[in-house]
Design a binder for this molecule. Structure first.
Ligand code: AMP
Length: 302
């Protein structure tokens, strides 16, 4: 089943206690598409500037990623700079330059319009909605990610977009900010009233939690001794999660649980190196081995 993603394709500047990158390819849709392409065909919608070279585009080549929806405009790519503190769980955004994103008006190529699985990655909520309007039939599953930037700047737009969404995939601080609830279960109840029927909370080194009508399902983070850069881990999580569901063409409880594990696996590889480097070198064997390891991590007898 084809999976559509809209989101940022960017250049990032990243500082962590483990090093520094001045300009590395990033963006939510980039991490998502590369991660999801291990499980499913991906239709990518985004925009890049004329500073995005053929060499940069190579990140999508040789994978199951269709870039017909990646528009080129004159100007510069979206640029984001962030710094991680010692524990890697906290980060400060130093710069957000929308650049070509400021005037972006996503247009879906005809062949994308019947995508059955849709992921609205982190991008302005009105653009996320603009993409949904162009999809012909109601997709089987629509998931959305967002961040404090949009929760603070465009709350009404975000609320409007959320009405059309099945699964909200966000981190814990964004969950609290969006719902005004500290407790994540209470936050989930609040969010269900906004539209989504399921909430996936990404909790960094504490793993991920799914809340829906079936209850709560938790996956621990894969323990890593030397994480280097958490940038994009959330998007790669979403890529593994949605990629698995689209590839299996299922959204029942068992599939959602497996999707949570594959999301966790893709996030864990991402943090091992700066930017999307580790993700681009992955192979399916490594992915499945890590999924089995996660199963072992949380199994016990009573
Ligand atoms: P994550 O670490 O999963 O939150 O995602 C990091 C990626 O999101 C980086 O590669 C950034 O380029 C991108 N990003 C950061 N801020 C924004 C924003 N306001 N809108 C869209 N993408 C963003």
């Amino acid at each position: 089943m084809s999976l559509l993603v809209v989101g940022s394709v960017a250049f990032d500047a990243i500082e962590s206690p483990y090093g520094k990158e001045e300009r590395i390819i990033g963006g939510a849709a980039t991490y998502f598409a590369v991660a999801a392409s291990f499980f499913s065909h991906v239709n990518l919608v985004g925009i890049v500037g004329d500073d995005f070279s053929k060499k940069d585009e190579a990140i999508f080549r040789g994978r199951r990623i269709d870039t017909a929806g990646l528009e080129r405009a004159s100007g510069k790519c979206f640029f984001w700079a962030g710094r991680y503190l010692q524990n890697l769980n906290e980060r400060v955004t130093l710069t957000t330059e929308l650049n070509v994103f400021a005037d972006f008006n996503p247009k879906l190529p005809e062949k994308y319009k019947d995508s059955q699985y849709v992921f609205l990655a982190n991008i302005a909520p009105n653009l996320q909605r603009g993409v949904l309007h162009q999809v012909k039939k109601r997709p089987k599953l629509i998931a959305l990610d967002t961040m404090n930037y949009w929760i603070e700047r465009t709350p009404e737009d975000l609320k409007e977009t959320l009405k059309h969404v099945d699964i909200l995939v966000i981190n814990d601080s964004e969950t609290r900010q969006l719902s005004n609830e500290h407790n994540l279960l209470r936050a989930a109840k609040h969010i269900f009233k906004m539209g989504p029927s399921a909430l996936v909370v990404k909790r960094g080194e504490y793993g991920a939690m799914l809340v829906d009508k079936n209850g709560v399902f938790c996956v621990p983070a894969f323990p890593l001794e030397e994480p280097h850069d958490p940038t994009g881990a959330g998007d790669a999580f979403a890529g593994g999660f949605m990629g698995y569901l689209a590839g299996a063409d299922k959204k029942n409880d068992a599939a959602l649980r497996r999707a949570m594990v594959y999301g966790t696996v893709m996030g864990s590889f991402t943090v091992e190196e700066f930017g999307p480097r580790r993700l681009t070198r992955l192979n399916p064997k490594e992915i499945h081995a890590r999924a089995r390891h996660i199963l072992k991590l949380s199994q016990f007898k009573l």
